[in-house]
Design a protein around this ligand. Sequence first.
Ligand code: NAD
Length: 449
Amino acid sequence: MSKLSVIGCGYLGAVHAASMAEVGHQVVGIDTDADKVALLSAGKSPFYEPGFDELLRRNVESGRLTFSTDFAAAADADVHFIGVGTPQRRDGQGADLTYVHAATDALLAVLPDHPENPSLVAGKSTVPVGTAAVLADKFAAKGAIVAWNPEFLREGFAVDDTLRPDRLVYGLPADPAQAELAEAKLDEAYAKILSGETYEGLDWSETPKVVTDYATAELVKVAANSFLATKISFINAMAEICDATGGNVTTLAEAIGYDDRIGKKFLRAGVGFGGGCLPKDIRAFQARVDELGLDDTLDFLSDIDAVNVRQRSRVVAKLADALGGSVEGKTIAVLGAAFKPDSDDIRDSPAVDVARQLAAAGADVRVTDPKAGPVVARFADDLNFVDSIDDAVTGVDAVAVLTEWKQFQQLDAAKVAELATGRIVVDGRNCLDRGNWESAGFTYLAMGR
Ligand code: NAD
């Protein structure tokens, strides 16, 4: 068992902290947000993530997991995981590293000076290539070592993804002695996950471990997200072509997906990607590569971004067309606010963006979401949020499904028809049963099918 700290307890850090406690470590989570720390300390999750409440409560109750706003509580940890946010800069496309530097400076201030057993600082935040080397220089002043250990969890599956990651990537220092020490400390932190055992249905028999240098580890994360973003925008571009030609993108995706070099995953056309990672990561990657003087190398990511953002205005255009040329004065129910189902995260959410575009065009928009209500109230209070689907659809001219929650997929279209005034549904996620809606009298509009 090690003593670990996790600095930054948001979607990534809180789940990481609880998961590390679950596999037997003593963990302290540090965050500057006192309200978040108070909630987490009481065993209550500040966000919605399936399975997390239970994991958090269990580990807080066991005494293995504590939270604090005071960095001194982390001073004696063997490994410090850094999980603070790296959002898009307000003044550009690059990543804002303010939080990374503030957190690491605060940690540096409490670390003991050159102890016999130096601690390891393991970065998990997604950062521009080159960041780990800069931090390593900083921490050398106290004799601490830096590794980069990017995180690949998916919101909605964060607990399983953290407890049973599909790979562990260690970006280690160039100095062989430091690299050996860093690898040993990470191996100890992840001992269970690398143990080959099974645990409550999780198979730890073959967690792959990739050991590499700082730059590769930092790049693995942004390369993975750029690839995923490319896949989604590729199929969305195909959806645009299907719309223009009468093709069916769902069938097209199925047919190309049988080629296992292509695969079927991440090929569902719709209103596009959002959230706190993909959009800002592809922009930050381009900005970093430009800084490196490789100006043209990632130009294609601008197109990927543009295809993605265009899907949002395509939904608005489809609604306007169906409503006689304009949404002005029309009442529209937007089903979904979270950027994906099983999450309450609305950062760069396509659903929120579409709702705002509709409102800006003069529509009376009602948004509902099974879990994101409190987050909308806090961060998007310009939206008219209603708590139930019934309230959202009563008397509306059109319904737009923009997050593929099960609750929306399983809606009884005949019941919606009783409540709504109009008979238009836009399936922004290609997730509805077309027959169900058409037989209830709706004009069904989808993305490329
Ligand atoms: P988040 O905004 O939910 O959490 C960040 C946390 O850091 C917040 O609780 C904030 O209060 C805290 N913080 C900010 N400054 C701090 C400081 N100086 N000291 C201590 N705490 C501080 O963000 P997130 O979604 O958890 O993402 C964190 C990082 O992980 C980002 O780099 C992101 O790209 C990466 N990541 C996120 C996911 C995901 O699915 N959310 C997946 C993989 C990687």
